[in-house]
Design a binder for this molecule. Structure first.
Ligand SMILES: [Zn+2]
Length: 93
């Protein structure tokens, strides 16, 4: 493996992985997201901010990005535990 890791230029995949790691450390948040972001009868997300609840365009297809993130975090927890052994502090934000 020869990954060139520069902290200032992270690919979307790395950013996503970082989000997943952070989410994996917050099981309560993950559980809430998974519970809220569920499809309605038409296949649209009912989550706050995704669907018809209040604002936003009621055409967000499920699974939305928030549900995908929460699901990925839950999967990470299942596979590697909450910390995953690779949690790093966010230094550049
Ligand atoms: Zn959603």
């Amino acid at each position: 493996m020869h990954a060139d890791r520069t902290e200032n230029r992270r690919s979307p995949d790395e950013l996503w992985a970082g989000l997943v790691r952070e989410m994996a450390a917050m099981p309560d948040v993950v559980a809430n997201l998974l519970r809220e972001h569920q499809p309605d009868d038409h296949g649209f997300c009912r989550g706050n901010g995704c669907g018809t609840a209040g604002r936003g365009v009621p055409t967000r297809r499920w699974p939305c990005s928030l549900h995908a993130l929460a699901a990925a975090a839950a999967d990470a927890v299942v596979r590697g535990g909450p910390a995953g052994g690779t949690v790093r502090s966010q230094q550049d934000r």
